[in-house]
Design a protein around this ligand. Structure first.
Ligand code: 1CP
Length: 354
């Protein structure tokens, strides 16, 4: 078993005692950091950063040099899988991700295969191996993937969407086509995340950013069912340690019991639910990750500390909490405010762990 100098993040997910509450930030590497913007300008574009293991490693390390973070997260994107499936991922400035060959029908679904994680996606595994070497046991490394439903939204819509009309049309008019796509995606995610674990990821997270746009029944059938398949298919122990898996569906406060029942280790919360309520509902089964509104980082350091104190009080005196933002950090947040947030979590949480 590789020694870890700081294993608070893993201990909290195992619900073992910690000295203070661990904290990391969704999208902690990225455009709010001037050093990221500089490196990206040199690399040319975002995908070139992801596809170069040394650069992806450097970007992963940037926030850890600035802040006292308890975990590193692989610098990559959820859209690597559809890219490897041949959909032609590109980024249009200011417009987010796009696909030149989106999925429109059953024949398109039949054409795509399960990407080989040590083939088309080897650049991701190389980044994981490089980052683990560079981290040298300082903090654990989180690997990640998108959920099948969230990946499918981008693949069918051809990019970012607000109304999700194309994928919902497929869901209601041609459900078997969508199920065939989701099933291939679930198998791809299992093989991708297991390869990340073998390459050195010590925990994995599944981002279901768009599960919350579904009806309660469709959430079960088109999103959760496939995340369940993933939880069941993952390597849960590696290098003598349990590899915790965290599921995050944004806007899913009403479905927490169902998410916790998948057998995952952690459930990510956005900011639309009180953490005390979430703990009362599922805290006996899983650890919780969250749940400060990312926009709070625009406030003064005093106001940020106050919010951190409120969330810590809501969770109360026990382990099983990984502090985080309820979604990704905004790109125009002052980095000092992120620092004030992280320090506040460590400092103000100590009395809860005496
Ligand atoms: O520099 C740039 O212009 C690219 C911006 C960028 C970055 C920094 C994109 C494009 N992806 C990423 C990195 C990324 N994406 C990480 C690693 C960040 C870290 O170190 O913390 C992670 C975990 C993701 C995951 C991701 N990508 C999600 C799920 C989480 C979430 O925020 O909801 C989603 C939905 C994406 C799609 C995506 N990729 C990029 C953008 C701008 C988007 C969002 C587009 C949209 O809103 O639909």
């Amino acid at each position: 078993m590789t020694e870890l100098k700081n294993d608070r993040y893993l201990r909290a997910l195992y619900k073992q005692p910690v000295d203070c509450t661990p904290v990391w930030m969704m999208r902690q590497a990225g455009r709010y950091l001037p050093e990221y913007r500089e490196l990206r300008a040199q690399a040319g574009d975002f995908l070139s950063l992801c596809k170069n293991a040394e650069l992806a490693c450097e970007v992963t390390m940037q926030p850890l040099r600035r802040f006292d973070l308890d975990a590193a997260i692989l610098f990559s994107d959820i859209l690597t899988i559809p890219d490897a499936m041949g959909l032609g991922l590109y980024f249009e400035t200011g417009e987010g991700p796009k696909f030149s060959r989106p999925i429109t029908c059953k024949a398109d679904v039949d054409k795509i295969g399960i990407p080989d994680p040590e083939g088309e996606l080897q650049y991701v595994m190389n980044a994981v191996r490089t980052i683990r070497r560079e981290l040298n046991g300082d903090v654990p490394l989180i690997g990640f993937s998108g959920s099948p439903w969230t990946l499918a939204t981008y693949m069918v819509e051809g990019g970012t969407s607000k109304a999700f009309t194309k994928i919902k049309k497929m869901m209601y008019a041609e459900p078997q086509t969508l199920h065939a796509l989701l099933d291939k995606l679930a198998d791809s995610v299992i093989s991708y995340l297991n390869a990340q674990i073998k390459a050195g990821a010590q925990s994995v997270m599944v981002f279901d950013t768009w599960g919350g746009v579904l009806t309660p029944r469709d959430y079960n059938d088109f999103s959760l069912q496939y995340m369940q398949k993933i939880v069941d298919g993952l390597i849960r122990e590696n290098d003598g340690r349990r590899v915790p898996v965290t599921l995050f569906t944004k806007n899913a406060g009403m479905w927490l019991e169902r998410i916790a029942a998948t057998g995952c280790d952690g459930v990510g919360l956005d900011w639309t639910i009180n953490i005390a309520d979430a703990k009362a509902r599922i805290g006996d089964k899983v650890a919780l990750q969250g749940n400060m509104d990312p926009s709070m980082l625009y406030a003064s350091p005093e106001r940020i500390r106050q919010e951190v104190a409120t969330i810590l009080e809501g969770f109360g005196e026990s382990t099983g909490h990984v502090f985080n933002l309820g979604h990704g950090i905004h790109l125009d947040v002052p980095p000092e405010n992120a620092g004030a947030f992280i320090d506040a979590v460590h400092e103000l949480s100590r009395p809860y762990h005496d």
